[in-house]
Design a protein around this ligand. Structure first.
Ligand SMILES: CC(C)(COP(=O)(O)OP(=O)(O)OC[C@H]1O[C@@H](n2cnc3c(N)ncnc32)[C@H](O)[C@@H]1OP(=O)(O)O)[C@@H](O)C(=O)NCCC(=O)NCCS
Length: 209
């Protein structure tokens, strides 16, 4: 079998599957509301990271790597030059602010809602009034190494470093280096530290690929 006919078979199998009874799409308000979001994600698979960021309405210089997801993107306030890594989940359902020049690492989950009461009260259904939403804020020039979790309602100050595998459950002051579960401050940076590190990397040529 030629490569071309193999490809045609795959496309034809997909079309058959799409028209089969196994693919069931419901109608109704919720499904109509969610479908464009799902289709947007499907289309964004073929985009580069900067094309994807522009498509999702992020400002100049932002990049979203593949597999990342923004929940309720209309509630996201995002600065310029933000980088969002592969498989990061940004939940803006309760309001989310991300400052300029911040990076959200691979597989970092940033939450602005929590739903444990729906489970504890055996009322786990879509649109439950027991889902609690809290605004989450991440400052300018923050580096969040992945994987990690930022819990709802937390404010992470400017120029904070979050080490890999951290769970951030409290407000973090600017210039902190934090690590662990729950995340604790392991060091406080100064502008002089940052300037010295910048000089070191530039003079050693370590920044080159
Ligand atoms: C967190 C991180 C950024 C810190 O780097 P750094 O600023 O160069 O920090 P240093 O290694 O000089 O460490 C500073 C202090 O923090 C401590 N520290 C660093 N990482 C820590 C961690 N994960 N947990 C606890 N303490 C940590 C160090 O022990 C050191 O303490 P000391 O001053 O008492 O010796 C770095 O360790 C890291 O994890 N980078 C992530 C790399 C990555 O994810 N790359 C992929 C995408 S870019």
């Amino acid at each position: 079998m030629s490569l071309d006919s193999q490809k045609e078979d795959i496309v034809s199998d997909l079309i058959k599957l799409w028209h089969s009874d196994e693919v069931k799409l419901k109608t109704g308000e919720r499904h109509q509301r969610l479908r464009p979001e799902i289709l947007s994600r499907l289309l964004s698979v073929v985009m580069t990271d900067d094309e994807r960021a522009e498509y999702f309405g992020l400002p100049k210089g932002c990049r979203i790597r593949d597999g990342a997801k923004i929940i309720s993107p209309t509630n996201l306030i995002c600065g310029e030059h933000v980088w969002i890594g592969e498989n990061a989940i940004l939940d803006a359902s309760g309001g989310l602010e991300i400052g300029a020049h911040t990076s959200i690492g691979l597989s970092v989950f940033v939450w602005s809602h929590t739903s444990q009461l729906t489970n504890l009260t055996l009322a786990n259904f879509s649109g439950s009034p027991l889902i609690e939403r809290k605004r989450t804020k991440i400052g300018n020039g923050v580096f969040i190494a992945g994987p990690g979790v930022i819990l709802p309602g937390v404010t992470v100050g400017d120029k904070v470093i979050v080490a890999p595998l951290s769970v951030v459950n409290k407000d973090i002051p600017p210039y902190s280096v934090i690590s662990g579960n729950p995340a604790r401050i392991v060091k406080t940076l100064t502008e002089e530290d940052i300037a010295a590190e910048r000089e070191r990397v530039l003079s050693d040529g370590l920044g080159k690929a």
